[in-house]
Write a protein that binds this ligand. Structure first.
Ligand code: GLA
Length: 386
């Protein structure tokens, strides 16, 4: 493990010596299937080529120290006992939340050793690309190895989600953590969020001359507090009113009946979830048959459904999608929780730079903040590097 790896260099600087190992966990984009995860439905994200790296060494005592390359990333020191009692705050809640969640899932925190952990990440923060899930899952795979827990990937994804729910208080589903652990190069993760059954769907975008462009609108998303929680509550209320365990159990053919039974706003929320689940299933079929155009059309439909029925888009995200469509992109949609964050566009690789420029121009014309665009590639999921 050499000094040019930033997490290992930080480890040497703050803690001295060599770590026991180096682990990596990526962020994600979601190709399609939004707000379906906590409705027990289907999602189709992929792990991206941007990741959190952690360098970790076990200690002889019960002390836990963490350091990061993030701005203001001072070394934080605590004990396994304080973590077990959920005494943590700030960004440390991501790694410490994972430790706590291992305890909740059955690891005896009174019997394991403390550790030193240094983290570095190139997943942009606040762009809706799951930078927090990347830190959680990098911590989770490292401790799973070092403590010899033997948890499988689905169990690790659940531990990461519990950390997110408890640490941030964000009532998210399991998509981000599952994408981070189940990702594979050049493939999407088709996940049934009820059973945590996974199928990797080969994408072949690069071979087809296509690129996936992410446009970060720089509009801050407000998951923890605002709209996300409202939407989740609306979905849960609707499921109760319709007498089903989750909206996953409402079929497309049940929608006319649901419309009679629900108020108009709630009905539109339900229609988004039910049609979005169907779009994920159709997307998987289209991608398997290399019908990229059919998949792209589903991306645009998904965006319209989020804009009009689920009402989680913002004008900046709509602008990206409009510009992408007007320039003939195969498909485009907002990705992630909504209320800001990023949109994605699938298009011929040699047209990606021109789209990025056109979006910058359209944002300037409308008086929006300058967005940032970059390409992402489907990459391997979380694991040990050294
Ligand atoms: C966020 C959450 C996920 C998921 C998406 C919306 O990324 O963390 O669990 O609900 O929003 O699809």
């Amino acid at each position: 493990m050499s000094g040019h790896e930033p997490a290992a260099a930080l480890f040497a600087d703050r803690f001295g010596g060599e770590p026991d190992g180096l682990w990596r966990a990526p962020g994600r984009v979601n190709l399609i299937g939004e707000h379906t995860d906590y409705n027990d439905g289907f999602v189709l994200p992929f792990a991206i080529d941007r990741a959190a790296h952690v360098a970790v060494a076990l200690r002889e005592d019960r002390t836990v120290r963490i350091a990061s390359t993030f701005e203001g990333g001072d070394t934080i020191e605590t004990t396994l006992d304080d973590i077990a009692d959920r005494r943590f705050s700030g960004w440390s809640a991501y790694p410490f939340g994972v430790v706590w969640a291992f305890g909740e899932a059955g690891t005896d925190l009174a019997a394991v050793r403390g550790f030193d952990l240094a983290v570095d990440s190139d997943v942009p923060v606040g762009a809706g690309l799951s930078s927090s899930a990347a830190i959680e899952m990098a911590t989770a795979v490292a401790l799973n190895d070092l403590w010899e827990v033997g948890a499988d990937r689905a169990a690790l994804a659940r531990i990461g989600r519990r950390a997110e729910n408890v640490a941030v208080g964000a009532p998210t589903g399991i998509m981000d953590q599952a994408a981070s652990v189940f990702g594979e190069a050049d493939a999407a993760v088709f996940l049934d969020c009820r059973t945590i059954e996974v199928e990797q769907v080969p994408l072949g975008f690069a071979a087809a001359g296509l690129a996936l462009l992410v446009v970060d609108t720089k509009v801050e998303h407000a998951h923890a507090t605002g709209g996300y929680r409202d939407r989740r509550e609306a979905c849960e209320r609707a499921a109760k009113e319709l007498g089903v365990p989750a909206l996953r159990d409402v079929a497309l053919t049940d929608l006319p009946d649901a419309e009679q039974r629900l108020d108009p706003v709630t009905f539109r929320r339900v229609r988004h979830i039910v049609t979005e689940d169907a779009r994920v299933l159709r997307s998987v079929e289209a991608l398997k048959e290399h019908h990229t155009a059919a998949f792209g059309a589903l991306m645009y439909e998904s965006h319209a459904s989020m804009r009009d029925d689920f009402e989680i888009s913002v004008p900046e995200l709509d602008t990206v999608v409009e510009v992408a469509r007007s320039r003939g992109a195969v498909g485009a949609r907002m990705t992630g929780g909504g209320f800001g964050g990023s949109a994605i566009a699938l298009l011929p690789a040699d047209e990606a730079d021109a789209l990025a420029e056109a979006v910058v121009a359209a944002f300037a014309e409308r008086g929006y903040r300058e967005p940032a665009s970059f390409r992402v590639v489907p990459a391997a999921g979380a694991g040990r590097l050294a």
